[in-house]
Design a protein around this ligand. Structure first.
Ligand code: SF4
Length: 283
């Protein structure tokens, strides 16, 4: 088989998560672009702090991080916030936490290398298929005095959450960036906690064996994706419907098949295709 005839599979961590959660959800979200009619404001809220931190680390990267730059970033954040579904109090809360973050990590010992830089990395090729993984990590950096790079992923926290080192997102980033270290940068919004308990970094350090194991599983998931697409059957995993505050497609799946399409426009919309550049990591 020539290279042109090979099946090319590309997925990011969200697509892989959805595939593993429920094949029908994967199909509905990533092929049919069915979205809830009302945007999840949680994602939008998480995105403002990501935006502020993106500008913050971009300034740090070019050695221009100072109080003036922080104020300029806040002004840009205020303008950007108009695009999000946030109340004035929520915008003020983001700005407060951002100021606190900048104060807490003032002079931190890291060198930003890439900020919100999308990637697509080939992890497998045989005579039938090529598999790429893609993503857009919040920050790739190195500590001063070392050459080892690490990935940092910002997480806006409303309450403590025990992130697992086995999360596809972290393993995918480590594999793609060829690093053993992923740091979860928790930005806590809890009102009752001191800054040292709100701004916490949790490092995950992976052995090569663990990364190889993940890669092997991801390649097999790609094979399964090809099969499901080929037969055009996307089985539902009904044990996942209640997970993560409930799947947004429950109304769709529990409506009788011939009436489902009437839900498009009332409860759901056909949205834009999933785009790595617009990916929201707040999960
Ligand atoms: S509601 Fe349940 S079966 Fe339907 S897509 Fe969501 S997880 Fe799958």
């Amino acid at each position: 088989m020539s290279k042109e005839e090979k099946t090319i599979i590309v997925f990011d961590a969200t697509e892989l998560d959805n595939f593993e959660l429920c094949t029908f959800k994967w199909h509905a979200f990533h092929h049919r672009n069915i979205r809830p009619k009302h945007t999840e404001s949680y994602f939008e809220k998480g995105n403002l702090i990501h935006y502020l931190l993106e500008l913050y680390y971009k300034a740090k990267q070019v050695n221009e991080l100072n109080q003036e730059k922080i104020e300029e970033t806040i002004e840009l954040g205020r303008i950007k916030s108009l695009k999000f579904d946030l109340t004035l109090e929520e915008v003020a809360e983001h700005i407060f936490q951002f100021r606190e973050y900048a104060r807490f990590y003032e002079g931190e010992n890291i060198i930003p290398l890439y900020i919100e830089q999308p990637f697509m990395v080939k992890i497998y090729e045989d005579e039938d298929m090529i598999v790429y993984i893609s993503g857009q990590p919040d920050l790739i950096f190195k500590y001063t005095n070392t050459n080892n790079i690490a990935v940092m992923d910002h997480k806006r926290m409303q309450r403590e959450f025990p992130y697992s080192p086995l999360r596809n997102q972290f393993l995918l980033y480590a594999t793609a960036m060829k690093t053993d270290t992923v740091i979860v940068n928790k930005v806590g919004f809890q009102k009752t906690k001191a800054a040292k308990d709100r701004f916490v970094r949790t490092p995950f350090v992976y052995s090569q064996e663990i990364l190889d194991e993940w890669k092997e599983d991801a390649i097999n998931r790609a094979r399964e994706m090809v099969i499901f697409e080929k037969v055009q059957h996307f089985p539902r995993n009904r044990t996942s419907c209640e997970k993560f505050n409930g799947c947004y497609l429950q109304r769709y799946c529990s409506t009788k098949p011939r009436a489902r399409e009437f839900l498009i426009g009332t409860e759901y919309i056909i949205g834009k295709p999933w785009d790595i550049g617009e990916k929201l990591e707040a999960k």
